[in-house]
Design a protein around this ligand. Structure first.
Ligand SMILES: [Zn+2]
Length: 488
């Protein structure tokens, strides 16, 4: 910033830093972010998010220079304080505490003097940080939640907005809502990520919809911006599906303009998925118009705002996808849907579910009294207990033999039953496991080999010629098809 800082400006420290000796450190980093002399240290402690520049200036000589240095190092924010009154009240619903900034940060910045934004995060309880990716022990839910709330609050301060959350658990915590240790995380990581990329499980959509409906009864906004749920992150799917449920309840929307937005960076990695969701809305009678917002003039500002979310990503990591996404995309809902939307029609793998459901219906009817069902599963489950409960219910007389990699047995402690027998497969032992299968008594057989092993799955299915087998690309598609075919 050139020239003296405005008197009324209130500096805010970024929430990631702490002082140790004569330096600032980022969270649990062992490397100092910057060194501080005694007067800088005194100023750092005096920045409390309430005291104005004018008041601080009375106490410290050279304040402006130090604040500008803190800001340029990304340790302190200097948000504007004055915004026009009577701006249009816009509610932005986001799945996680960063999606509004990633998807709409530039649009919100460009419209900050016309719109008073309230960002509502649905998954308001989280232990996710980018430390997940570097195997560091940083999983305290209360600490991470407050850190992420502070980041979101800082972001909305720049656009003169507000941030609020619903108390819904983020997906990793729905895998296990407890204090994680690094050892536990390393054992369960694959299964947890599998859950994150599955579609909503039983009861989840109901819970998210109920929480959003309760919020809507006290809503004060003229416009509502909802996520399209682009990609396969279960929380984005849940946020979208809950919003679609709200749309079908006319009195919750009454008279408010509704827009839907494409999530960045998902829209870069899942090209065409937004079109699929929009088509599902149109098929249900909605009239919906796309508006692309050219954000070229605000891209630099958007990236600066994104750098606030230091617990989630380094800017270098997210910048290429944000730049590749370019425009921010909003869809104006001119006429809401007049029919219910089948959530599966919005899923990225929805067509595969519809296809498999056709085949699996007759297979289920042939084997509803089977005494043995075998599963050969080459992926983590992510939802072992729910998946097995479904199978136990659908095949009430069957015992189950589950062939599963030994290292993936960790997640099976969430449900055990005398009817379930686990057959561990050693690393690289798939051929011998397949051999055991070939020479065992024929039974209904389910083969879930994972996306890159579908040829192997078909080979195994053809080899086990006496067993009536179903090949599924994933447990997600398999269980959705099962539920659909059995209508439970
Ligand atoms: Zn998200």
């Amino acid at each position: 910033m050139n020239g003296p800082l405005p008197d009324e400006m209130i500096p805010v420290r970024r929430p990631h830093f702490h002082v140790k000796a004569s330096a600032l450190y980022f969270l649990i980093s062992r490397k100092p972010h910057t060194s501080l002399d005694d007067s800088e240290k005194a100023i750092w402690y005096a920045i409390d998010g309430r005291t104005s520049v004018a008041d601080l200036r009375r106490r410290f000589a050279g304040l402006d220079k130090v604040l500008n240095r803190f800001a340029s190092l990304g340790t302190c924010e200097l948000p504007p304080t004055a915004f026009p009154s009577r701006r249009r009240r816009v509610l932005v619903i986001e799945p996680h505490m960063d999606d509004a900034a990633l998807s709409l940060g530039a649009t919100m910045w460009l419209r900050r003097n016309d719109c008073e934004f309230t960002v509502l995060t649905m998954a308001g309880i989280s232990n996710f940080t980018s430390y997940y990716e570097v195997d560091r022990d940083f999983f305290d839910t209360a600490h991470v939640t407050s850190l992420r709330k502070a980041e979101s609050a800082l972001f909305v301060q720049h656009v003169g907005g507000h941030h609020i959350t619903l108390d819904l658990l983020e997906a990793p915590l729905r895998y296990r809502n407890d204090r994680w240790t690094l050892d536990w995380f390393l054992l369960h990581r694959d299964a947890m990520w599998t859950l994150v990329a599955r579609s909503p499980g039983p009861g989840e959509l109901e819970e998210w919809t109920a929480a959003l409906s309760r919020f809507f009864t006290r809503l004060d906004a003229e416009e509502i911006w909802m996520p399209l749920g682009v990609g396969n992150h279960v929380d984005h799917q849940l946020a979208r599906d809950a919003c679609l449920q709200i749309l079908s309840t006319a009195e919750l929307i009454k008279g408010r303009k509704v827009r839907l937005y494409e999530e960045v960076p998902y829209t870069v990695h899942w090209r065409g998925h937004a079109d699929r969701v929009v088509a599902a809305l149109r098929n249900a009678g909605a009239r919906i118009e796309q508006h692309r917002i050219n954000i070229a003039e605000a891209m630099t500002r958007k990236l600066e705002l994104l750098s606030i979310f230091g617990s989630q990503f380094k800017l270098d990591f997210v910048k290429p996808a944000v730049e590749r996404a370019g425009d921010e995309v909003l869809y104006e809902l001119e006429v809401p849907p007049n029919k219910a939307i089948d959530p599966v029609s919005c899923y990225v793998d929805g067509d595969r579910v519809f296809d498999l459901a056709q085949k699996i219906g007759p297979w289920m009817r042939r084997h509803k009294s089977a005494s043995m069902v075998r599963l050969f599963v080459n992926t983590p489950f992510g939802r072992w207990a729910q998946d097995m409960r479904l199978l136990l219910d659908l095949f009430p007389q069957a015992r189950f033999e589950i062939f599963i990699a030994r290292r993936r047995i960790v997640e099976t402690d969430t449900l055990s039953s005398p009817r379930i027998r686990i057959r561990p497969v050693e690393r690289g032992g798939w051929n011998s496991a397949a051999g055991r299968l070939l020479f065992s008594w024929p039974s209904p057989l389910v083969i879930v080999a994972g996306a890159d092993k579908e040829r192997h799955a078909r080979w195994l299915s053809a080899s086990c010629v006496a067993s009536d087998s179903i090949v599924a690309p994933s447990l997600n598609v398999f269980t959705l098809a099962l539920r659909r075919a059995s209508a439970i």
